[in-house]
Design a protein around this ligand. Structure first.
Ligand code: C2E
Ligand code: MG
Ligand code: MG
Length: 689
């Protein structure tokens, strides 16, 4: 019954019982003490009075004897009359004392003694009367003989008896006092017993209450700990009532709401809201939890020209397109493969247990299937996808690296307008992990760790250096000279290129202005990225820098890749036109790696075309490369573009290019890129020779 009560009720009950016991104890003790005090007082009073009366009776008896003896010796009648009066007085007083004593409630034996004294007194009174009569009638000598023979005996007995009575009374008083003492000690014992009982009952109740509260609270704590550890399946006891029952009920509610909230949070943290695909975080988790010996391919898919669709048709259409693509990709891969949306228009696919050839077939099939137009609200949308992929085996496990390689491959695919590029070659190049941090690059910029190297462009007809390409390097305090391939693609991906390009342009324009003042007829070129071409303030900055430094615009060349024009062709073209109209020379870099034709290039306001190294290498022996380069040179002539052959490494390639009327040559056969301090004397020496 006790356990079913609430804690409040239990405490109230326990304290009530304890208080009741203490109250009883106090009342009983007080009553006892009170009674003891009054009865002691009463007893003392009565006994005192009795002893006093007994004493008085004895004193009166003595006085009477003295008066009588005086009487027997008094000769004159007048003197005797005075003594008679005194005797009467004493007799009356002693009679009064006897009757007073008789009136106090007496024990039987005392009563007997009193009765005996009263008897003696009556006999004495008669004898006294007779003695007095004899004095008056016969004379004192006769009376004395009578007195000695009869009265004196009774008088002595009275005196003796009253004395005994007095002692008896004293004794009785002592006995009574002893009894009272005993009763006081009994009361004391009773109080002690009651106090012990109260203590025991109190302790017992405290134990019961503590037990009744502590055990269920401990259980509740255990439940709370399990919930805190994420065990939401735990049963919360339901058999408790009162406050503990309420607490457990609250725990139950808490468990349920935490579980549902956690499920919601997990969803928010792991699922892409739009497509219901795993998000980047989840994808990385799954990627990292793959078996350590599993081989597979990580593919990044990116929609080309998604931004214009979003802008032109609105985000609702863009969102539906993203969902449709997600569904298609999922249907096209195995159920064990993982498809995720990383962000915006980029998806990731983990193809498990495949080699490069199998992955290539799958990805090309996916891209091909995705090319089938998507119908949204009657609008036919053509989807074009670029993919970057990286093959992983057990020994290349770092997720960051995989993403970097796949990202670089994707950037290459976009740049070259290839549907799919594999990063297998890149994977052999060491990529310092720290370079992934923009923070590192930003610090490098403020610490002045970036440097410009110049690689000369040789005018083949004049055999003079007439131009040079500015190529950035990172002079890392620990890792040494880092080539641009290791950080420029990442800077482009993260947008940090927006801070690098202006720095490069400032250096190059300052150098060009100095060369111009010194009469060094070399036109430097700087590389621009996609983001730069979409940035109007950069266009204005270059113009401003050139004007400020007094550099004629035609003494600066800007290199762009065709892929840089693909993202937002209109805006890029508008900026190109502005730059060209200002007078800068423009050059198409890495020509041949993309898909654009010369017919397209000639619509751009460019002056120069750089044939990619892939076609220049072995041009003297590779007839296919030779055909491509030769026809390109011929067509450029027709179109009024000068041609630069990139990456010629042998004198044979150089000779072939010269024989085929290529305008300029940039390659190791002439010189590798070199710092400014080396470059100037090198050029002067070369051109004089
Ligand atoms: P790119 O603009 O096509 O530059 C030519 C690259 O080919 C340079 O590599 C150059 O050193 C290399 N090269 C020239 N001749 C030969 C040769 O005979 N054999 C071989 N094997 N390579 C040769 P680098 O300096 O490593 O630059 C790589 C790329 O990094 C550049 O390609 C360019 O796309 C980018 N880059 C370099 N500097 C900058 C910059 O300041 N801004 C931007 N946005 N990109 C830059
Ligand atoms: Mg270049
Ligand atoms: Mg190039």
């Amino acid at each position: 019954m006790f356990n079913t009560m609430s804690i409040r009720a239990r405490l109230i009950m326990a304290f009530a019982v304890l208080l009741g016991l203490l109250l009883t104890l106090a009342t009983v003790s007080l009553q006892r003490l009170d009674r003891l005090t009054t009865s002691t007082q009463e007893i003392v009073n009565v006994l005192e009075r009795r002893a006093l009366l007994a004493k008085r009776i004895n004193q009166h008896a003595q006085a009477e004897a003295i008066i009588l003896l005086n009487l027997l010796q008094t000769a004159t009648r007048d003197d005797r009359v005075r003594l008679y009066a005194a005797l009467d007085e004493e007799m009356a007083a002693s009679g009064q004392a006897v009757s007073d004593l008789d009136l106090t409630m007496l024990s039987a034996d005392v009563q007997q003694e009193i009765d005996h004294v009263t008897d003696l007194r009556q006999r004495y009174a008669i004898l006294l009367q007779e003695t007095v009569e004899l004095i008056e009638i016969e004379g004192t000598s006769q009376a004395r003989s009578f007195f000695e023979a009869r009265t004196q005996k009774v008088l002595n007995t009275i005196m003796f008896d009253t004395r005994a009575l007095e002692e008896h009374m004293q004794q009785e008083m002592q006995t009574e006092l002893l009894m009272l003492k005993q009763s006081a000690s009994t009361a004391k014992q009773l109080v002690i017993v009651l106090a012990i009982i109260a203590l025991l009952v109190g302790a017992l109740m405290a134990w019961f209450i503590a037990r009744g509260i502590v055990i269920p609270v401990r259980e509740a704590v255990l439940v709370a700990q399990r919930i805190a550890n994420g065990n939401y399946a735990i049963d919360v006891p339901v058999d408790q009532r009162g406050e503990i029952g309420i607490l457990l009920q609250a725990l139950r509610v808490m468990r349920n709401s935490i579980a549902s909230r956690e499920a919601k949070i997990m969803r928010l943290a792991y699922v892409d809201n739009l497509t219901n695909l795993p998000n980047r975080t989840r994808f990385i988790e799954l990627l990292e939890s793959r078996p350590s010996d599993e081989q597979g391919v990580l593919v990044l898919l990116d929609i080309n020209r998604f931004a214009p669709i979003n802008d032109a048709l609105g985000h609702t259409v863009g969102d539906r397109m993203l969902c449709a693509i997600a569904t298609r990709v999922q249907q096209l891969v195995k159920s064990t493969d993982i498809v995720a949306r990383l962000w915006a228009d980029q998806y990731a696919v983990l193809l498990r247990g495949v080699d490069q050839a199998q992955a290539q077939a799958t990805v090309l099939r996916v891209i091909d299937a995705l090319r089938a137009p998507i119908l949204i609200d009657g609008i036919r949308l053509d989807v074009d996808i670029s993919a970057g992929a990286v093959l992983f085996t057990s020994n290349l496990a770092d997720t960051n690296c995989l993403f970097r390689f796949a990202g670089l491959a994707l950037a290459t695919a976009k740049r070259h307008r290839d549907p799919l590029v594999f990063a297998s070659k890149m994977s052999t190049e060491p990529v310092p992990a720290q370079l992934s941090l923009i923070g590192d690059m930003r610090e490098a910029l403020t610490r002045g760790e970036f440097v410009i190297y110049y690689q000369p462009k040789l005018n083949l007809a004049q055999h003079q250096i007439t131009a040079a390409e500015a190529l950035i390097r990172w002079q890392h305090p620990v890792k040494g000279l880092i080539p641009p391939i290791q950080f420029i693609p990442f800077a482009e991906q993260t947008g940090f290129i927006r801070e690098i390009t202006p720095w490069v342009l400032r250096q190059v324009i300052a150098d060009a202005a100095q060369w111009h003042r010194d009469g060094l007829l070399v036109v430097p070129s700087a590389n621009l990225s996609t983001l730069d071409l979409l940035n109007h303030s950069l266009v204005l900055d270059v113009q401003h820098l050139a004007t400020q430094s007094g550099l004629p615009a035609h003494r600066l060349c800007l290199e762009i890749t065709e892929s840089a024009l693909m993202d937002q062709p209109e805006l890029a073209l508008q900026h190109l036109n502005e730059l060209s109209q200002f007078g800068f020379k423009l050059s198409i870099d890495d020509y041949g790696t993309g898909q654009s034709s010369l017919a397209y290039v000639q619509t751009l306001p460019v002056n120069e075309l750089k044939i990619d190294r892939a076609f220049v290498t072995g041009v003297d022996v590779n007839s296919k490369n030779a055909a491509i380069v030769r026809s390109t040179i011929l067509l450029c002539r027709e179109l009024g573009l000068s041609v630069v052959a990139e990456g010629a490494e042998t004198p044979q390639e150089q000779a072939w290019l010269k024989d085929n009327h290529c305008d300029l040559l940039q390659g190791y056969v002439v010189a590798k890129p070199m710092p400014l301090a080396e470059f100037i004397p090198w050029v002067k020496k070369f051109n004089q020779a």
